[in-house]
Ligand binder design. Sequence first.
Ligand SMILES: *[C@@H]1O[C@H](CO)[C@@H](O)[C@H](O)[C@H]1NC(C)=O
Length: 514
Amino acid sequence: MKVGREACVASLVVSVFILLWMGMVRVEATPFRKFLPHALYGRRGPSLSHDYRDALTKSILFYEGQRSGKLPLNQRMRWRADSALSDGAAEHVDLTGGYYDAGDNVKFGFPMAFTTTMLSWSVLEFGGRMGDNLDHARAAIRWATDYLLKATAHPGVIYVQVGDPNMDHKCWERPEDMDTPRNVYKIDAEHPGSDIAAETAAALAAASMVFRATDPTYSGHLLQTAMRVFDFADKHRGAYSDSLQSEVCPFYCSYSGYNDELLWGAAWLQRASRNVSYISYIQSNGQNLGAEDNVNIFSWDEKHAGARVLLAKEVLLRNSKSLQEYRGHADNFICSLLPGTQNSQAQYTPGGLLFKMSDNNLQYVTSTTFLLFTYAKYLTVSKQVVRCGNIIATPTRIRTLAKRQVDYILGDNPLGMSYMVGYGAKFPEHVHHRGSSLPSIYQHPRIIPCNDGFQSLYSNAPNPNRLVGAVVGGPDNNDRFSDERNDYAHSEPTTYINAPLVGSLAYLAHSSYA
Ligand SMILES: *[C@@H]1O[C@H](CO)[C@@H](O)[C@H](O)[C@H]1NC(C)=O
């Protein structure tokens, strides 16, 4: 074939363009990307955009891997099977269902309730942006609320935990094989637990709004139960870890006490019920419950920051006069997170990740990020900004910080790795999780007893079952992560790392695909 000079030049130009284009892509892609100054893409946002919708789908799918009890036919996480079908038998009650909190097989009620509250809040703020994922998110909430309704079915008693954590932690067993003691722990008027009771009330109240339109009967039952449980929490004051010391500490000890949960619970009840008695409660008790305390961490234990944002909504969107002070409290919380403001208290890693604690740091990142997106939403709707000294924090500025955190989790970080299992090209393969690290019961039907499982804990092989969507504890303060199964402080997923991330991903999924 005769090729003319013009065609030759044209194909040369095209080739050069293709090479240039490939070069750009390669620089942006890992591992070259790590040589780019993070401040650059920290400010502008990453130039490779993430598939937030995929991440959202996976973040919800994760909850199927944590399910306890009889699994439904539509279970998508196929390597799991039924487990703990006699939970509650020790007390002659039905306590089957609910979630294992993390990589073990204990049903800890305190983090389960907080997880439920945050999944519900995610749906309440950003459910309209979830598309096909909304039904799955509701199912993830209902898996928890069905259990919490069982745990609160008998007035005057709340079942707060199933499984002896000390015995459970001595074994490395699949939930399906579990033969450790399924002790049942409870609180009552003589052994109070205002922390876990008020968090359970918050969870039921928040979930009642999730189901209000789709299942009003269920929703009403959730709200009535929430009111009764909150009343119990308030009337019988005490920390559940006082009477259940060796069963809940050091696992989910109530370190911060119960004042934060009482304020948070009342905030949820006022939003869900619109009963003015909760506003009066907050007005007369807020100060004693630490409304003004300078706390800038938000977690399964410490809820003040969440309560501030939730109550500031009443000021910003409903013009509440009686809750006016919470606008200021919420603003202060936001300012404390923004780098460069005079009351900034936040630390960031060199790679740009909010850093609170060396153990399981990503739980604080996802919870804080959700509050940032949520507050930015309230500010946008009310056409307000936050003033941090001389710096004005617009909703855009707040969202940029929040998006940076999500992008870090999904792979825009010095290691170029995603901290969500099954998302992106490189993600944790040695997750600290019994079920995920042992062969599936469908591959290996014979029981793997307590001690035999430890071979899997210490093995270098990747987990045989992918716990898709699980976000692990994450990197250290220097952006390092070793992906070692025995390093539970960094390699263990938990239900409460994912719960607020679901909301943030829904926001971003919609924004990039709209
Ligand atoms: C409002 O809440 C209070 C306290 O829980 C309760 O006694 C009262 O019946 C509630 N009112 C309505 C209208 O539900």
